[in-house]
Design a protein around this ligand. Sequence first.
Ligand SMILES: [Zn+2]
Length: 362
Amino acid sequence: MADLSVFSASYAEARGKFVDAARSAGAAVHEYRHPALKGPDGEALCLDVAVAGPQDAGRVLVAGSGTHGIEGYSGSAAQTAWLAGGGAKRLPKDTAMVFFHAHNPWGFAHKARGTEENVDLNRNFVDHAKPYPANPGYAEVHPIVTPAEWNDASIAGIFRGLDAFRQRVGEKAYSTAFNGGQYSHGDGIYFGGQRVQWANTAFREAVAKHAAHAKHAAIIDFHTGIGPWLEHIYLCFHAEGSAGRERARAWWGERAVNLAGVTHKALADYQGVLIDAFAAALPKAEITAIVVEFGTLKREEVQRANLGGRWLRYHGADNPALARKVHLDFCEAFYPSDPKWRSAALEQSREILDRGIAGIGR
Ligand SMILES: [Zn+2]
């Protein structure tokens, strides 16, 4: 079994381990600190960046964690383990490994999905000067998924309502309505926000600073919650037949592009995702982008946990005992405590990172 000491119980602990491992590996460390907000224990909230290899490398692989706060714990462990395991010494010529630690540090520290404004950072990278993308289906979904009470009956009601909606509109329209992103209901789920989040600005600043010089730039965005237990899946959004898609296939294999293991019957049309912002920020670079998800629970259990997390934010204070239980379930769904799960995520992430490095360094 892998050394699990790279996993942490809090954001501050994870951040400390990451920064220490980066310094020990000789990586340059940069910090993007939130000007005002603190974590639950008064700790600073930062996007931390570690650059291993030449600062001006022509080939840059960025691997990021914590776009969805809570999901950052396993991505952080993967980053720290790679640094502690001597990865920096094995880099090909003219190649840098750049780790972005905690894309959404508020969510990471509070063990939540969204930002301090209930915004799903992975839906926030839209052009906020233009009218927001419409998602009329979400207006129908919203009252179904936002009960004020959280109990067996209300949860059963959610899934009855969602099933009926899905049967009426079909899988694809259901996915887009439910989790494609929406800009109309601030207290809803998959809310993309009505302004640029601090974490969005910090990410784009960091990309410009650490990757703008690259001719070849790639990003791996580590998530959890989609896919089978003890396995990982890839989500590749490069168009069919594009060079980016072929690179993803060459680097990580057929499964990088064929949705192997993805239990969603249809993927939503996502709006404003982080890897698209990465590409947009680097118009001169050849881009390869991939999302990696470490599977946890069954899809319906993950949905229930996620909706529980939303209930917690808006109604948890009324019932602290229930709120604690709902939060524990939420954490288990996105950051399982089982050592077998953590070991598998760590071993798989090492291979994913090494394949990415080998691919971009070729
Ligand atoms: Zn995620």
